[in-house]
Design a protein around this ligand. Structure first.
Ligand code: 9MR
Length: 381
């Protein structure tokens, strides 16, 4: 399952690139001033990431932030060039769609829908049930008595509004937190407290009823490494899926968020590949939903930082992408211009993180080439 040969080849290519980069910066007595370091740029006319993915029956996409959608045409042009799918970074969350009880506001989400339709891109809906990004009124009103109607009424309205136009719904997001010591390793969210684990049954059934054509996804983070707390989450995920499927809950896919950490040394490709195979063995699809690679544990030097980020993602993708149940990859933003990681995990030296495929000037980085190479090397499905 793990493509060692490809990793080695890919590794030697990047080692060559690193040598070339160093060479370009070197000076000899009497020579002209150092040239800028070469950046691996997609040649003009070279296919974008989604075109490469589509050649193998996969897709590539990115999260889109509202402000960038409205005010950054250069970035949006790059999104169009590289993406076949977009997902609202915040515009489809509960606080955006129903800020007041009884009042739905689809303006931000509809703006993304129009952008996607105009540019022939598909859209993921993110997310119906989560413990974050909820309007204050919701948690104030949520009780064991009101919970079911609140949840199913919301999902019927939202999935009904977008019916037939959404490729996937993240029906439930980040539901695991074994440290909370709840049944099935579930997170002690307001939903769990009000309704027990059956809040998941209600959510998936309501989504299936309101928009049967949208793929129903359980989206989760923290299942990437052989760290004890992540191993626990993998086991909890497999048990939860088995339980849901046995109860006839219509979950169809697992989203692996893939918020990776370039300084993490416990990536276990075999274990990760087995985890994907176990999910697929239950008849479920897998989507890489929020890939980015934090670099706050790495030294500042940009070329080596970019190489390390790309190598880390390459190792992760080498383990996951070969499985035919994997449908595609989305990154959590396309350009380093803006990333949630800068506020959540600021670098100690104050420099911005470089977690995404394009740099802040929208030039492709080694991570772009890694993702392109992973699609080029993938088996057609
Ligand atoms: O990147 C998102 C950030 O801008 C929002 O403030 C935050 C809360 O809505 O959500 C971030 O996106 C998260 C995603 O919805 C779920 N997985 C983790 C992402 C990063 O926190």
């Amino acid at each position: 399952m793990v493509s060692t040969r490809r990793s080695l080849l890919a590794g030697s290519t990047s080692a060559l690139a690193a040598l070339a980069a160093r060479g370009a910066g070197a000076t000899t007595p009497g020579s002209s001033p150092p040239l800028p370091r070469p950046i691996p740029v997609a040649a003009p006319g070279q296919p974008g990431l989604n075109a490469r993915a589509a050649g193998k029956g996969l897709f590539f996409g990115s999260a889109v932030d509202d402000l960038q959608l409205q005010g950054d045409p250069a970035l949006m042009a790059r999104i169009v060039a590289d993406c076949g799918m977009v997902v609202g970074e915040s515009s489809f969350k509960w606080e955006a769609l129903q800020p007041q009880p009884g009042h739905f506001n689809y303006s931000r989400a509809d703006a993304l829908m129009r952008f996607a339709a105009k540019n022939r891109m598909r859209v993921r809906g993110h997310t119906l049930v989560w413990h974050e990004a909820n309007p204050p009124w919701l948690e104030a009103t949520l009780t064991p008595q009101s919970g079911e109607a609140l949840l199913t009424g919301y999902i019927a309205n939202v999935c009904g509004h977008f019916r037939g136009k959404i490729a996937h719904w993240d029906v439930a997001n980040e539901v695991l937190h074994p440290e909370d010591k709840q049944p099935l390793g579930l997170r002690a969210t307001p939903w769990l407290k009000a309704l027990g684990p059956r809040y998941l049954d209600l959510a998936f059934h309501a989504a299936a009823e309101a928009d049967p054509g949208a793929l129903r996804v359980l989206n989760e983070f923290g299942v990437d490494y052989a760290l004890p707390w992540q191993e626990k989450r993998r086991v909890a995920m497999l048990t939860l899926l088995q339980t849901l499927l046995m109860r006839g809950v219509p979950v169809q896919a697992v989203g692996l968020q893939a918020h990776l950490n370039a300084a993490e040394t416990t990536l276990d490709q075999r274990g990760l590949a087995r985890f994907v195979a176990d999910i697929a063995g239950m008849g479920l699809k897998v989507i890489v939903t929020e890939l980015d690679v934090r670099d706050d544990g790495l030294p500042a030097d940009i070329p080596s930082r970019d190489e390390a980020v790309a190598e880390h993602a390459r190792a992760w993708l080498d383990a996951v992408l070969p499985h035919p149940a994997v449908l595609g990859v989305l990154t959590w933003g396309l350009s380093d211009k803006r990333s949630w990681l800068n506020s959540k995990f600021p670098r100690p030296d104050g420099l911005p993180q470089r977690p995404l495929p394009l740099d802040a000037e929208l030039r492709p980085k080694p991570l772009w080439s890694t993702i392109a190479g992973a699609f080029d090397a993938a088996q057609a499905r």
